[in-house]
Design a protein around this ligand. Structure first.
Ligand SMILES: C[S@@+](CC[C@H](N)C(=O)[O-])C[C@H]1O[C@@H](n2cnc3c(N)ncnc32)[C@H](O)[C@@H]1O
Length: 215
């Protein structure tokens, strides 16, 4: 993905921020996201990084699920401002590109990302950065969309409208199998997967990885 596309993504989420949560609720994403994130609870450590946190959907779920210290990172100030306004001072908020986050090595027990990887300029680089920020054996939890066989993601994104039609034109979509393999190549072991249907075209898939300890 080139710099112009990245700039367009930032502008897109700036425009879309005020209606993002409504769009996610209307397009039947909130309930599956809730079920899957809460299902992953046994994998969560105390210090959690929510990267590409957006309006704070995961942080809202986690705040009510246990005694976690949550840091939300996003590069779009309008998205992060909504997270801050709804979650308040109980979480930390960092305005940053996730390709390089200004925090010390091994700051977190767990990193979570939902609906982020389609938008990243260089997913491998993001995974290297997340690995740096995780403690040994730290958890990486990724929530993404998987299209059923025969359903092509780009027409489906275009059909859904809103910001997803922009994703269809960006051609940044990555099949979940590809994402899984780059996580494994980047030093993570796949521990568990779970899915939840969204509509006739696709489902949500939660993948739980742990950071491989180098021999
Ligand atoms: C589809 S939203 C997902 C938000 C949230 N995780 C959720 O579950 O609703 C994608 C988010 O990724 C953020 N994003 C995209 N590229 C990014 C980057 N390189 N660094 C940080 N955030 C990024 C966008 O600003 C946006 O808030």
């Amino acid at each position: 993905m080139n710099v112009a596309a990245e700039q367009r993504i930032a502008e897109l989420f700036g425009v879309f921020a005020p209606t993002y949560d409504q769009h996610m609720a209307r397009s039947n994403h909130f309930e599956p996201q809730r079920n899957l994130i809460l299902q992953s609870k046994k994998w969560l450590g105390k210090n959690i990084l929510d990267f590409a946190a957006g309006t704070g959907a995961n942080a809202r779920l986690l705040r009510d699920a246990g005694d976690f210290e949550i840091t939300c990172v996003d590069s779009q100030s309008a998205m992060l401002a909504i997270a801050r306004a709804t979650l308040g001072p109980g979480c930390k908020y960092i305005l940053s590109d996730v390709h390089s986050i200004d925090l010390p090595d091994q700051s977190f027990d767990t990193a979570i990302c939902s609906f982020g990887f389609f938008w990243f300029r260089n997913p491998n680089e993001v995974l290297t950065e997340i690995s740096r920020l995780l403690r040994p054996k730290g958890g990486l939890i990724i929530l993404e969309e998987r299209f059923y066989s025969g359903s092509l993601p780009q027409p489906a994104f275009a059909k859904n409208g809103g910001y997803l039609s922009e994703l269809a034109s960006l051609e940044a979509f990555m099949h979940i199998e590809k994402l899984r393999s780059i996580c494994i190549e980047s030093g993570f072991n796949l521990m568990e997967e779970a899915s939840h249907p969204i509509d006739s075209d696709h489902e949500l898939v939660l993948s739980v990885f742990t950071k491989r300890v180098q021999a």
